[in-house]
Design a protein around this ligand. Sequence first.
Ligand code: ZN
Length: 148
Amino acid sequence: MSDLRELYQEVIIDHNRNPRNFHKMQDANKYAEGYNPLCGDQLNLFLKIAEDVIQEVSFEGSGCAISTASASLMTEALKGKTIQQAEALFNTVHGLLTKDEATDWDRLGKLVVLAGVKEFPARVKCATLAWHTLHSALTNQVIAASTE
Ligand code: ZN
């Protein structure tokens, strides 16, 4: 696991320093807010979806390095995916972070580094925040997403 740990640290540092797709989107047609009270992480997620495909995705907010990096990685992974693929990815990542069951490693691609968070159980909710927010944006829940 030492390779994963190194890669994890590299990727988290990189995406926290230089988050991808970190801006407000004026013409988004899906939106959700997420909040992780355990750490104080807060984020707003914007999606532009046309014909069931995610055309654009961006986020803004303030949070710890893990929540920011996870959101940044997520936005990179989502572009061009269908809603169904995005929901499947949510389930795969959520399973990876919260359960010990075998997961769909092929689907994860670069997101596999998030498995490194499992070594820090107190931070798992930081990593899942963006994904819960995605799930509520896609399912049109009006309540703010919470990791609780
Ligand atoms: Zn956090």
